[in-house]
Design a protein around this ligand. Structure first.
Ligand SMILES: [Ca+2]
Ligand SMILES: [Ca+2]
Ligand SMILES: [Ca+2]
Length: 421
């Protein structure tokens, strides 16, 4: 799962920093926005008003902090990232929407500290039967509570019990999932060309400028071209962007192949080496079946300090199923990093067809989507990276290494990135 050799990163940084022209938001070649609108599933809780039976105003643990999109709190990231009762195990929090919304599940995150824990709860609604929510994972891992779709103006969590050590119950975060209409967002297969609920689009590339082999760096920028002239993670491939990367017909093409006994690979860096903290990253791509090659698209610490974490998605052999993972911030040992979630998840389909893979990285939570459907999410809020990371589209050799005759194309239709509003 480890995606890079330290020495490789050092060389990459040294070779590109001096000439780094930071890719600014919204590349000038953005095509006209699609006129289409579409219904998408989203966490709409932040559009609500939160009220509660009590809230700890002295510590800033307000009801509104349960819908600030941050899964954090005492003692990790501060009391002002969570909602807490003034004291006690029982109470309620209600989210009231400005207009009725159709919802079908919530995701509840307990306060992340291990002293306070909700052990009994239920949901009530402005319309429709109540739903048991039970106990919540003590560390703040999200608990999904699904129910039949209902149109409501408010939803309320009623906390009925807490573990014995509880001083004050509450929530790190209260997600409410429903459909919302987003103009020109992810409609069909076209490149998204607008903001999404809760997200501000900061980068988009649809590959509308042709770039023959050898010219990708001069046309799209040296940062985009990525590393050159040294070995890939397992040492069997060599980064040779000028023999691998080209653009035609609106598609970025990775031609993975062997020349003179050398397996040739490439890594594209869409947004430059500085990266950003938190974000939503989508890529539409497909691949031929190419034995011995894989992709590891990932977010990597801008500092190159692996101990800050690593977020991989999609990762897998070409063109197999894809799997996500997040290295736990601060988990470095001589054996490497620990990864979350503890159980591997996989995409529902392989990558021979066109698919959209999305990473959604917020404070305390990473979610991974395949064609808009959640494949997995992190389970340890305190392990989620909190420092800037760069988006890295890495194609490399796998194990066992390719034969000299193995060759094929990895194609990228578009990429886009967003920042938290
Ligand atoms: Ca929060
Ligand atoms: Ca807890
Ligand atoms: Ca395109």
């Amino acid at each position: 799962m480890r995606a890079q050799q330290k020495s490789a990163w050092r060389m990459a940084v040294l070779s590109t920093c001096l000439s780094a022209a930071i890719m600014v938001a919204m590349d000038g070649s953005v095509p006209a926005a699609q006129a289409a609108s579409s219904d998408i599933s989203a966490n709409i809780a932040p559009t609500a008003t939160a009220t509660a039976s009590s809230e700890d105003t002295a510590d800033g643990s307000l009801a509104s902090k349960a819908i600030d999109r941050i899964v954090d709190g005492y003692p990790n990231g501060g009391d002002d990232k969570e909602w807490s009762l003034v004291s006690g195990r029982t109470g309620w929090i209600r989210l009231t929407f400005p207009a009725p919304v159709a919802i079908d599940h919530v995701v509840l995150h307990d306060r992340i500290n291990l002293t306070d824990q909700v052990t009994g709860s239920n949901l009530t609604f402005s319309a429709g039967a109540s739903v048991q929510a039970g106990s919540l994972p003590n560390n703040g891992r999200g608990k999904t509570v699904a129910f039949s779709t209902r149109s409501v103006s408010w939803v309320q969590l009623n906390i009925a019990a807490g573990r014995a050590s509880t001083y004050a119950n509450g929530l790190a975060e209260f997600e409410v999932w429903g459909t919302t209409t987003a103009t020109s967002a992810s409609a069909g297969s076209g490149v998204p060309a607008d903001n999404l609920p809760g997200w501000r689009q900061t980068f988009v590339e649809d590959f509308t400028r042709n770039a023959p082999l050898g010219s990708f760096g001069s046309i799209y920028g040296q940062d985009w071209r990525g590393y050159s002239g040294f070995g890939d993670t397992n040492g069997n491939g060599q980064y040779a962007p000028d023999k691998v990367l080209s653009v035609s017909g609106g598609i970025l093409d990775y031609y993975l192949h062997t020349e003179n006994g050398q397996h040739l690979v490439a890594t594209a860096i869409p947004m430059g080496y500085d990266g950003q903290t938190y974000g939503r990253y989508s890529i539409r791509f497909r691949s031929d079946n190419i034995d011995g090659y894989k992709i590891a698209f990932l977010l990597w610490p801008s500092s190159d300090n692996w101990n800050e974490g690593e977020i991989d998605w999609p990762e897998g052999d070409l063109a197999g199923v894809m799997s996500p993972a997040s290295a736990l911030k601060g988990s470095m040992t001589p054996q490497g990093m620990r990864f979350d979630p503890p159980t591997r998840a996989y995409s529902a389909t392989d990558s021979t067809g066109w698919h959209v893979a999305t990473t959604e990285w917020t404070r305390g939570l990473v979610r991974w989507l395949w064609d808009g459907v959640e494949v997995g999410r992190t389970t340890i809020p305190t392990g989620v990276p909190t420092t800037p990371m760069r988006w890295t589209l890495q194609a490399e050799t796998s194990t066992p290494q390719p034969s000299a005759s193995s060759a094929g194309h990895l194609q990228v239709d578009w990429v886009t990135a967003y920042a938290l509003r």
